[in-house]
Design a binder for this molecule. Structure first.
Ligand code: SAH
Length: 243
């Protein structure tokens, strides 16, 4: 996979050179092409922003350098703009994007983009309801979430399958040694070696965690008959705990 990033601060992208994503690049599983769109400015001092028409605070990124930077790319693929007003990024989008050959992200700065920049993109995406100084951190988050789904990036090929959101539920609790930490014991079932029981426990716990922390995800879900039964049990167990 080839990922282009249009940014004024290419030096910010060092986190993607480290750990699994860094190794993935060395192994040729994906490639990061950082493009400073300041290089495409034809104004004195290579400026890329200007004051807003109509007045107001801050500086607005101009459309021309970004258009020229996009035109310079060999393979653009899907073009994504980072902006707080975009649709909120999620795991499903990461899964869809991970099937693309090429992706291009555009990082804003200052007050944001001239409105006409949005017409150059296929999607406008936000990472949440808060405002950052630039699109670099959002872009790195989205690249990380996308690239880690590519084959061979995570050590254990199975690990993305059972994670939070991958099947619409949050992840079940995980434990490792010691089996007893200052009196806090690992649930017996996980030490039992009974894989049927362990799978059932994990499914129950995933449902329970989702019900507690993200009930909105359950509302959207087509529950299996087994999940309906499990949810009934979860409610009964909760009631029993209260009594
Ligand atoms: N004036 C704009 C905010 C600009 S913030 C507004 O009120 O909407 C500067 C840049 O940071 C944006 O152009 C965008 O690229 C990036 N950015 C800030 N918050 C973001 C978020 N939540 N998600 C994605 N990108 C964000």
């Amino acid at each position: 996979m080839n990922i282009n990033v249009l940014t004024l601060f290419p030096e910010m992208f060092t986190p993607l050179q480290v750990s699994l994503l860094g190794r993935g690049q060395e192994d040729g599983k994906w490639k990061l092409n950082l493009v400073n769109f300041r290089d495409f400015s034809d104004r004195p001092h290579k400026s890329v922003d200007d004051t807003p028409y109509g007045g107001g605070a801050g500086m607005v990124l101009q459309v021309m350098p970004i258009k020229k930077a996009l035109d310079s790319l060999e393979n653009k693929g899907k073009v994504i703009i980072t902006a707080p007003q975009g649709k909120t990024f999620n795991e499903q989008m990461a899964q869809e994007w991970s099937k693309e050959e090429n992706l291009t992200f555009i990082c804003g700065h200052f007050e944001g983009f001239d409105q006409r920049v949005y017409d150059l993109a296929d999607e406008t995406v936000s990472i949440g309801d808060y405002v950052l100084t630039g699109g670099e951190l959002p872009t790195m988050s989205m690249i990380d979430a996308t690239v880690r789904l590519l084959p061979g990036i995570l050590g254990n090929a199975l690990s993305p399958v059972e994670e939070s959101f991958s099947d619409g539920l949050l992840e079940y609790p995980q434990y490792t040694r010691p089996a007893d930490f200052e009196g806090q014991k690992v649930p017996d079932v996980l030490l039992s070696g009974n894989h049927g029981k362990i799978d059932e426990w994990r499914h129950y716990q995933a449902l329970k965690a989702t019900k507690e922390h993200r009930p909105d995800l359950l509302e959207k879900r087509d529950l299996t008959p087994e999940e309906v039964r499990m949810l009934r049990r979860i409610r009964e167990d909760e009631q029993a705990e209260k009594d």
